[in-house]
Design a protein around this ligand. Sequence first.
Ligand SMILES: [Zn+2]
Length: 250
Amino acid sequence: MIRYLAGGLLDLLLPRHCAVSGRPLMGDETGPVAPEVLREVEVAGADYCTRCGAPQGAGVGVIRECASCREYRDGFGTREVVAVGKYEGVLKEICLALKFGGERKLADVLAAWLAQLAFDRGIAEKVEAVVPMPLHIIRRFQRGYNQAELIARPLARTLEKPLLNDLLRRSEKTERQATLSPAQRKANVEGVFEVRDGRTSDIDGKVVLLIDDVMTTGATMGAAARCLKKAGARAVYAGIAARASLDAGA
Ligand SMILES: [Zn+2]
């Protein structure tokens, strides 16, 4: 009761707003996004591509390659990719507000969806540790947080797996992938990841769930996944908030 009253008082003093639509939120709307906005997100259902995570049209079912990953012959170094949905509409706005708008609580919403999908697809029981995609230290400092880590932390808690934060290191500050062609993206990130000294025993022989917010060509994901496997991980699954196609400009 006291908490309820205090919350109500806080709402009067500091009105909360939906992180996507900006609508003022009522006292009983506890999440960072207004419910009517959240309902617009098309969360992946029974139709998806296991190779890149892209949701497919109704009735397609579970497929191992799709139109948006066919051209990436080398694959992503991952056994399977789980994506909440396509990088468009409200889901895209959520990703952008988390990454660039400082709306950190949105990570909890994304993590809850990812956890549900990981359980539904039987991946939760296979993975033994959760690893967030690292940012380079300078970018991490500029932004104040790593959005992948914000998603990975509550996800690891829900899956009851250890979060291996700071295990992977991004050794170079690379060009922003968004401005580059697929071939340039691959060259830009290849070899920039390393497992920190003394940490290989954390993943040796283990199945790892690697978390990032958005995947486009999969160049970053592939480089990080290959690094984890080189360091001894048995297999890598990927969990991403959104699957973008190259023309969507992620
Ligand atoms: Zn695909």
